[in-house]
Ligand binder design. Sequence first.
Ligand SMILES: [Zn+2]
Length: 397
Amino acid sequence: MNLRDDARALADDLVRLRRTLHRTPETGLDLPRTQETVLSRLDGLPLEITTGTGLSSVTAVLRGAAPGPVVLLRGDMDALPVAERTGLDFAADNGRMHACGHDLHTAMLTGAATLLCAHRDRLAGDVVFMFQPGEEGFDGARHMLAEGLLDAAGRRPDAAYAVHVMSAGLPGGVFGTRGGPALAASDVLRVTVRGAGGHGSMPHRAKDPVQAGCAMVTALQAWITRTFDVFDPVILTVGTFHAGTQENVIPDTAVFKATVRSFSAAAQARVKDGTVEVCRGIAAAYGVAVDAEFAELYPVTVNDHAEADFAAHVVREALGEERFAPQPRPLHGSEDFSRVLAEVPGAMLTLGAPPAGADPEHSPNNHSPLAEFDDAVLADGATVYAELAARRLAPTA
Ligand SMILES: [Zn+2]
């Protein structure tokens, strides 16, 4: 079977599908139109299809001609609450945008389903296609796991793979991955400092939550630099800080929120407890009360070393040596595919898709209202998804 040639024949079709999805982006866990589009694309293929109950997911199982391993392939489908400013003729105009390229993932995964279904008689084992809503902060993967994703084929998957397109940072058509941590854990620290308001001229008769809150912000940063090895880093950025109404009134409360990124489970656990302790300690020193809450969003995405090596090998064999570049470091972003990789060994791959002719070092990043993804990568993206499954399953002959 030559999946790459088959994929080339599908290319125009995949571009049309991707642009349809791009024009009509949906966000969160409920993507009814996107789900309908995916279901209509899969219609007629020899797949066992189930849809989610608490979210508009689609899980499709392809049974090979003989028994063998189970491979899971993930494509996320949701967009972001970003008003698109690319000016593309298929740009969205509903205040939402496929600014992270999940429209390409959805198109590539339907392409892979078409390719693998056509060669079903040559496959020993099963393929689970995971079409996932709610990657962007809604933990859609966790919901799909809770609804039985890993039992879809009747046996748990032996391997799991996902591909993520990048509008910057990688040349067009080049895949990357690495063994070990591939993306950061992403968490949030929410802090409310409770003091006692008063007149700005008489701070000695008040309990100033602004001073205490500012001390917490600087102490958190100092604590991080003194606590974590620079080679197992933690990033803490206070993105909001709100207090007060005017300059001569000491307010009752100050509220701030920070995003926290870490790259190992140990660092994530330590920063979770430590940040709350720092805030409590500063509050005690300043004589104010504090509610500090550390909410875990997504864990570290950890690629299995053997599966990452296998994925690199598959890209090189299927597309050529020059189409793979090892990912030197984990990415600062986070992913709920981490939930799947915590259960099943596998790998997440990146795929460069900057606009044709653009310098990938300077093109707008994923999540920018100006982010553009070259859909010339779709056929090769579908090929790699399909090859990962086909080569990981046992050959029938
Ligand atoms: Zn994304």
